[in-house]
Design a protein around this ligand. Structure first.
Ligand code: BES
Ligand code: MN
Ligand code: ZN
Length: 498
């Protein structure tokens, strides 16, 4: 279902579904209390033991005299304890209620039961949560469940959000919805099947950001070869689909402001190459471009809300296939940095792509920091599951900023260690390093590999193998692909660099 969101100052002309908020001990705002008759509310709440606990719901058939078909009351719990991410979750809950009602009109009375007014940030979080929840990837289903019977289109619900200052909300949402659109773009790309989305097609999506004012340059195989990106190119050697490096620039900041750089692993499909993966579950490797999806989604977000920052986004786009021309275990490649790598396992390909893009980024842009995102290792899923991304960072201040943005957006990270004892594990007998460090600490040695290519630049690596795909079902995500990273990094930029 799609939501058509509009803000209004009052909740009248109620039709369809009406949603009201309720704090602990059944506290309603004055306006909500005027809509739901007290006796009915108390009787229903008694019968279902509803007290207003966080995200609990009370579903009522609207009584005589109330124009809407259904009234739903959603609990906030203790409003003094609500953090930012809780307002987002509340929005998810509201969005879910609208979707499952199947009604085509809804009104949400967004007023706090305590005597405080809702801040514009809280309102934006609620509406963002609603929109994220309404997302569904059904492009390839010919029999859609929530299609409109009349016109065969996806059902649309007109959602009226009643807030104190509707003009301010309308104006802010016009910008902020761009961030959610960025997250949804990332979800779409990760969900898209690998036959449809190859490196060239992905690069076309990057090019499409030009309409938002992003400068986009696409480097092809010859240009990458001239730059000496032998590690990156080695990964694509077995595929008939040529690799691409997409470079996106959003220069919304002051002329002399620092440039921030974001880099995404964009392996459009990872078979493992000659070190072929087992068949079971291999279809999930269409999501091995989740890092690149997050970076393109971030660039979309920043441009759409006209962020006052100078940001570059780079995508290493390639397919890892077995073939007569594919790279072999034992091959030694020279990276753009000049360092050599012995390929032990062709399935450890993400680091081979990223290392050359990191070198290119630091030479080309001398950025304030480089942050790369990658579905890099299965080992990070073993360590952290699907709830938090692994954060590796050579700069404590940057690590704190990222962790803070994670808490605010609910896209959380957990810091992981780096150190010389791990670094040693990737020394090679025949080259400067090898591309795997053995069975132990697989996600740490992958990070150590990348670290050998960042020099003195501030750098963070987010291993998002667990969070970008196969994502847990949450209030704000019911999709296989979560769009992880877009809201996190938008927040990092907004809170620290604008
Ligand atoms: N793309 C995979 C990592 C991955 C696994 C992402 C599961 C999402 C879900 C990566 O390229 C890979 O194959 N890593 C290997 C590294 C190993 C060969 C050292 C892994 O994790 O098994
Ligand atoms: Mn792999
Ligand atoms: Zn991979």
């Amino acid at each position: 279902m799609e939501f058509n969101i509009a803000f209004s100052a009052t909740a009248d002309d109620l039709e369809g579904l009406t949603i009201l908020l309720c704090a602990e001990e059944r506290a309603l705002s004055g306006e909500a209390a005027a809509i739901v008759p007290e006796a009915l509310f108390n009787r229903a709440a008694d019968a279902t033991k509803f007290s207003g606990k966080s995200l609990s719901t009370l579903d009522l058939i609207a009584p005589e005299g109330v124009a809407s078909d259904r009234l739903m009351i959603i609990g906030l719990g203790d409003t003094t304890k609500m953090l930012e991410a809780d307002w987002l979750k509340l929005g998810g809950k509201i969005g879910g209620a609208i979707v499952s009602s199947g009604l085509e009109r809804a009104t949400i009375l967004l007023k706090r039961p305590d005597d405080q007014s809702m801040s514009i940030e809280q309102i934006m979080n609620v509406v963002s949560g609603m929109k994220l929840r309404s997302y569904k990837f059904d492009r390839y289903k010919t029999k859609k469940k929530d299609k409109d019977e009349d016109n065969e289109e996806t059902k649309v619900c007109d959602v009226f959000v009643a807030v104190e200052d509707s003009a301010a909300s309308t104006e802010t949402w016009a910008r902020e919805s761009g961030v959610i659109d960025g997250a949804i773009l990332a979800r779409d790309l990760v969900n898209e099947p690998p036959n449809v989305l190859g490196p060239v097609e992905f690069a076309d999506h990057a090019k499409a950001l030009e309409k938002l004012g992003v400068e986009v340059e696409i480097l092809d195989e010859t240009e990458m070869s001239d730059l000496g990106m032998r590690a990156f190119l080695g990964v694509g050697q077995g595929s008939v689909r040529p690799p691409r490096l997409a470079v996106m620039k959003w220069m919304g900041g002051a002329k002399d402001a620092d440039t921030l750089a974001f880099i995404g692993k964009g392996v459009v499909f990872d078979t493992g190459g000659i070190s072929l993966k087992p068949g079971a579950g291999m279809e999930d490797m269409k999501g091995d471009m989740g890092g690149a999806a997050a970076v393109i989604g971030l660039m979309h977000a920043l441009a759409a809300r006209k962020a006052k920052a100078n940001v570059v986004g780079l995508l290493g786009l390639v397919e890892n296939m077995p073939d007569g021309n594919a790279q072999r275990p034992g091959d030694i490649v020279t990276t753009m940095s000049g360092q050599t790598v012995e390929i032990i396992n062709t399935d450890a390909e993400g680091r081979l792509v990223l290392c050359d893009v990191l070198t290119y980024t630091s030479r080309e842009f001398s950025p304030k920091f480089m942050i790369n995102l990658a579905t890099l290792t299965g080992a990070i899923i073993v360590a952290l599951g699907h709830h938090k991304a692994g954060l590796y960072c050579n700069d404590d201040d940057l690590a704190l900023q990222i962790a803070g943005a994670g808490r605010a957006t609910g896209e959380e990270v957990w810091r992981m260690p780096l150190g010389p004892e791990y670094d040693k594990m990737i020394d090679s007998k025949f080259a400067d390093m090898k591309n795997v460090g053995g069975r132990m600490a697989g996600s740490v040695t992958a990070a150590q590999f990348l670290k050998r290519f960042v020099g003195d630049t501030s750098w963070a690596h987010l291993d998002i193998a667990g969070t970008a795909m196969g994502s847990p079902q949450t209030e704000v995500n019911k999709s296989w692909a979560s769009g992880y990273g877009v809201r996190l990094l938008d927040r990092l930029v907004r809170d620290n660099y604008e």
